[in-house]
Design a protein around this ligand. Structure first.
Ligand SMILES: NC(=O)c1ccc[n+]([C@@H]2O[C@H](COP(=O)([O-])OP(=O)(O)OC[C@H]3O[C@@H](n4cnc5c(N)ncnc54)[C@H](O)[C@@H]3O)[C@@H](O)[C@H]2O)c1
Length: 250
């Protein structure tokens, strides 16, 4: 495997499962030092155990829904590895239900975890990324690109992530900080496996969420993330890139 990230430091949220874990594995395999953040301590341990060079790995159990914690995550990165080159905002939660079933608490929580955290991690990271001319990759979703039934709060957070990506790519261009987002369709992770919809959901609306290609593997999304983070993608910024087996093409 190519070693595009030797000497680079990547901070990855959601590294205890699914796409975040696959990104952690990919950056590590390509030579990066990785800071792995997740609310799930066991998940983080299961990721770290696959990484024998412990000098290149630091894990941090944290709930990134708090802006203060976001700043601590970046400060810890610099304390431990001296710099930050790539910020991968991958952690996220899903929420489904008809509009009548969404409580104020659930609405607030999904905004905090999926959107507020991304904003404040970017805010905390910008001074460090300015020094390294680093870049940011945010995990959005096809739900940022097309309306999807029974999950409007989730779609709102992902559309917010997409617009935050575009806005920051403009604002940060003068500092050569690239900012991009990735929009997966259905990916084979615990989040997708446990997603459920109302029992009387209209099947035609659920079918729209699936691709003819079935599910993507987390490693396939991680490969795209690693490409975007690498120098090979020097000209990419402000891009919101679907990886969805044509789900949103029609
Ligand atoms: N799986 C899919 O089909 C799919 C599709 C499109 C987008 N996504 C997005 O990809 C990202 C990763 O999802 P996944 O499918 O790998 O899910 P996952 O549930 O396997 O992993 C998400 C990780 O985020 C962590 N996390 C959740 N809340 C957190 C918090 N407050 N603080 C720190 N960590 C927290 C979880 O503990 C978990 O380890 C999410 O942003 C999700 O919205 C997933």
């Amino acid at each position: 495997m190519a070693e595009r990230f030797g000497g680079k430091v990547a901070l990855i949220t959601g590294a205890g499962s699914g796409i975040g874990r696959a990104c952690a594995e990919r950056f590590y395999a390509e030579g990066a030092k990785v800071i792995l953040v997740d609310i799930n301590a066991q998940g983080l341990d299961d990721t770290v155990v696959q990484m024998p060079d412990s000098a290149r790995v630091h894990s941090m159990v944290a709930d990134i829904s708090s802006p203060e914690v976001c700043h601590v995550a970046v400060a810890t990165t610099v304390e431990v590895f001296g710099q930050l080159d790539v910020l991968c905002n991958i952690a996220g939660i899903f929420l489904s239900g008809r509009i009548e079933d969404i409580t104020p608490e659930a609405w607030q929580r999904i905004l905090q975890v999926n959107l507020t955290s991304v904003f404040f991690l970017c805010q905390a990271a910008v001074p460090e990324l300015t020094k390294t001319r680093g870049n940011i990759i945010n995990m959005a979703s096809t739900a940022a690109l097309t309306g999807q039934a029974y999950s409007s709060p989730y779609g709102v957070t992902k559309a917010g992530v997409a617009m935050l990506t575009k806005s920051l790519s403009m604002e940060l261009a003068e500092r050569s900080i690239r900012v991009n987002a990735v929009c997966p369709g259905a990916v084979n992770t615990p989040l997708a496996a446990t997603a459920s919809f109302p029992q009387d959901a209209t099947p035609r609306l659920i079918d729209k969420l699936m691709s003819f290609y079935g599910f993507a593997e987390p490693s396939e999304v991680a490969a795209l993330v690693a490409f975007i983070a690498s120098e090979e993608a020097r000209y990419m910024s402000g891009s919101v890139v679907p990886i969805d087996g044509a789900q949103t093409a029609g």
